[in-house]
Design a protein around this ligand. Structure first.
Ligand SMILES: [Zn+2]
Length: 264
């Protein structure tokens, strides 16, 4: 397990175990020891869940979540496409001169080649979001995960003629299995710093307010071109970005220069 955990994660775990051993084996009263064991057990489970659920925890893989050097730009990212609605998203991005990154699901690319070629021709970027976006993807064996990722990688490279740099795991879940699957792939994991929750079925104004509440230069915004309110949200968000002098860049451009390399 330790082979797949980052140095920071390893120190966290070792520190946690050291404190845990001290508390459990210190000669506390007989009543207190079982209570401490339970508390520590629960804390460990909570820590493990947080480490997996928060893509920016950096415990298992290093993800690109925000870039403090990009004070005048944000990165809009769209997951789960391509789909029919992606056309409308592209129309709006074009109207505002905004560039974005689309994390596509490999199996959904078939029949959408015209759309994908338009997307690339208009200066947007493709990212890898697995082949089938399975609900149980985080539980697959590393070899199966890698197969899902590489299948999409091949398809993206076939369409774009370029190596795909960024991977975003479904649901943003990371774990030691994913770390092993990505090892040696050369891919960078893309996280986010602003989550729109645009798939909850809320009104576009609610989603827009959630995004812009703390949005600033350097943020990576997670959206879905498959979500119902994404078009009306963009109709609010793109003018807002223009008013605040914030450009929207692809992830390649966002981390093109001066970015600290964060290897997996
Ligand atoms: Zn997704």
């Amino acid at each position: 397990m330790f082979c797949c955990i980052s140095h920071k994660g390893l120190w966290w775990l070792l520190g946690f175990l050291a404190v845990g051993l001290f508390l459990v084996f210190w000669p506390w009263s007989a009543v207190l020891q079982p209570v401490l064991s339970w508390v520590l057990g629960l804390a460990f489970v909570t820590f493990t869940l947080w480490a997996s659920a928060d893509i920016c925890s950096g415990i298992y893989v290093k993800a690109h979540c925000s870039n403090s050097r990009q004070t005048g730009a944000v990165a809009l990212t769209f997951d789960d496409g391509p789909c029919a609605q992606s056309e409308e998203v592209l129309d709006l991005l074009k109207d505002y001169g905004a560039k974005a990154t689309f994390f596509v699901v490999g199996s959904r690319m078939e029949g959408q080649y015209k759309l994908l070629l338009r997307l690339l021709a208009e200066g947007h970027q493709l990212g890898n979001h697995t082949w089938a976006h399975r609900s149980w993807f985080p539980l697959l064996r590393p070899a199966q995960m890698r197969k899902e990722i590489m299948q999409t990688q091949t398809e993206i490279e076939r369409v774009s003629g370029r190596t795909c740099r960024f991977f975003r795991p479904p649901f943003g879940v990371t774990n030691p299995l994913l770390a092993k699957a990505l090892k040696g792939s050369g891919m960078d994991v893309a996280g986010w710093s602003v989550r729109s929750f645009d798939t909850r079925g809320e009104a576009p104004e609610v989603v827009f307010k959630r995004i812009t509440r703390r949005l600033k230069g350097g943020d990576v915004v997670l959206l879905h071109d498959t979500s119902v309110p994404v078009v009306p949200v963009l109709k609010l968000l793109l003018p807002w970005l223009a008013q605040h002098n914030l450009q929207s860049l692809t992830l390649d451009a966002f981390w093109a220069e001066g970015a600290k390399k964060q290897p997996i």
